[in-house]
Design a protein. Structure first.
Ligand code: PMP
Ligand code: GLN
Length: 380
């Protein structure tokens, strides 16, 4: 058959995880925790199964979970999304993102993508027949930032959507209030929609605040907010997330969702709804991960890696120019094979070939895993 996605191969995360396991390397590549979730969450899901909650839930998701999500978003960000018509439970953020794009982007529409960008955005746009328009982030020793003047310049009458991601994978940067304001200034008076990928919403460090677009009265009117329980509760394999969007956008979203997955597995939704009553697990998450970030950063200070800031997410980017002149992909292969630590090349998050001499490590690991990796990296 004639391929619809000529530029797509196996994802870099799968490739690097396979190489790490083949070489017995510490896998700081693909982003997922190497520790278990809270047993109370497993118990909550098991109870739902034992109670017979094993048939199709409503198309939009279990009502109790949508209410719990609405309550949480309102408490944290001050906007009440209606659980009935503005929140949909998804099979992870990957499905939420694909469905948001498929329901809103028509053939020939342009979608602005800020690079480096998470790998599922562009294929989603291409499957919808849309045209990705790329704007690259700036990077210097203070870290990555979005050049909003370039985003504004990329807008044309065909622009249908702008995709943003905060906290940002792979750079670990976060959008500040001024970024949100700049975005609002660009879209005001247009019919451009926003897709805001906020899967790392609860991983923001150093006392900073997550600038959810739900907080912004103007922007939230035109935004699909995508999140994922996989990140928040250390259950990336469960693949459950949600999309919050105004009623008219949610109605279109659900038309696609209905025939995309129809609905998402029932007992996990009941388990999450019960577990979410306690805010402590997500309120404690920044402190939990900040400790790991600091352990990892302190260890790397003994190496020739140059550390970029990590303001959010569970990723730490480093420059390796003082260690090697290899390309990012070759350096990651070398690091995995010869040093025994896997990382991800930032070049994999660009659609245009780009080498910045930067790779990404994931620090969502047991302290002992991070120490083992640091022992190996200490040679560098
Ligand atoms: N967006 C970003 C930025 C991510 O890092 C991920 C997880 N790798 C996703 C979306 C997808 O989330 P999920 O696993 O819930 O599909
Ligand atoms: N989001 C994870 C990462 O950035 C990987 C998820 C996946 O393998 N698709 O590492």
């Amino acid at each position: 058959i004639v391929t619809k996605l000529p530029n797509v191969g196996t994802t870099i995360f799968t490739v690097m995880s396979a190489l790490a396991s083949e070489k017995g390397a510490v896998n700081l590549g693909q982003g997922f925790p190497d520790f278990n979730c809270d047993p109370a969450l497993v118990q909550a899901v098991a109870s739902a199964m034992q109670d017979g909650l094993n048939q199709y839930p409503p198309m939009a998701g279990v009502q109790l979970l949508r209410e719990a999500i609405a309550d949480k978003v309102e408490k944290l960000h001050g906007r009440r999304y209606d659980p009935a018509g503005e929140i949909t439970v998804t099979a992870g953020a990957t499905q939420g993102i694909l469905t948001s794009v498929l329901c809103a982007v028509h053939a020939g529409d342009e979608v602005i993508v800020i690079e480096p960008a998470y790998d599922c955005y562009v294929p989603a746009i291409e499957l919808a027949g849309g045209i990705p328009v790329f704007v690259q982030m700036n990077v210097d020793e203070r870290g990555y930032s979005i050049p909003w003047d370039k985003v504004a310049a990329a807008v044309t009458p065909k622009t249908r959507m702008i995709m943003v991601n905060t906290p940002h994978n792979p750079t670990g940067s976060i959008m500040k209030a001024a970024d949100v304001q700049a975005l609002a200034d660009i879209v005001r008076g247009t019919d451009i929609l926003i897709l805001s990928d906020e899967v790392y919403e609860h991983m923001v460090y150093d006392g900073r605040q997550h600038e959810s677009l739900a907080r912004h009265p103007e922007l939230s009117q035109r935004t699909f907010i995508n999140s994922s329980f996989g990140k928040t509760y250390h259950v990336t394999g469960w693949k459950v997330g949600f999309v919050a969007a105004p009623a008219a956008m949610t109605a279109e979203f659900r038309k696609v969702h209905q025939f995309n997955v129809f609905t998402v597995n029932t007992p996990v939704q009941y388990g999450l709804a019960a577990y979410m009553k306690d805010p402590a697990p997500y309120l404690d998450l920044p402190a939990f991960y900040q400790k790991k970030r600091d352990l990892f950063r302190d260890g790397l200070k003994n190496t020739r890696f140059e550390l970029l800031p990590s303001e959010g997410t569970y990723f730490q980017c480093v420059k390796y120019g003082a260690i090697s002149g290899l390309s990012e992909a070759e350096f990651c292969k070398w690091l995995t094979t010869e040093i025994g630590v896997a990382a991800i090349p930032i070049s994999a998050f660009y659609n245009t070939p780009k080498e910045s001499g930067i790779v990404r490590f994931c620090f969502a690991k047991k302290d002992e895993t991070l120490r083992l990796a640091l022992d190996r990296l200490a040679k560098l």
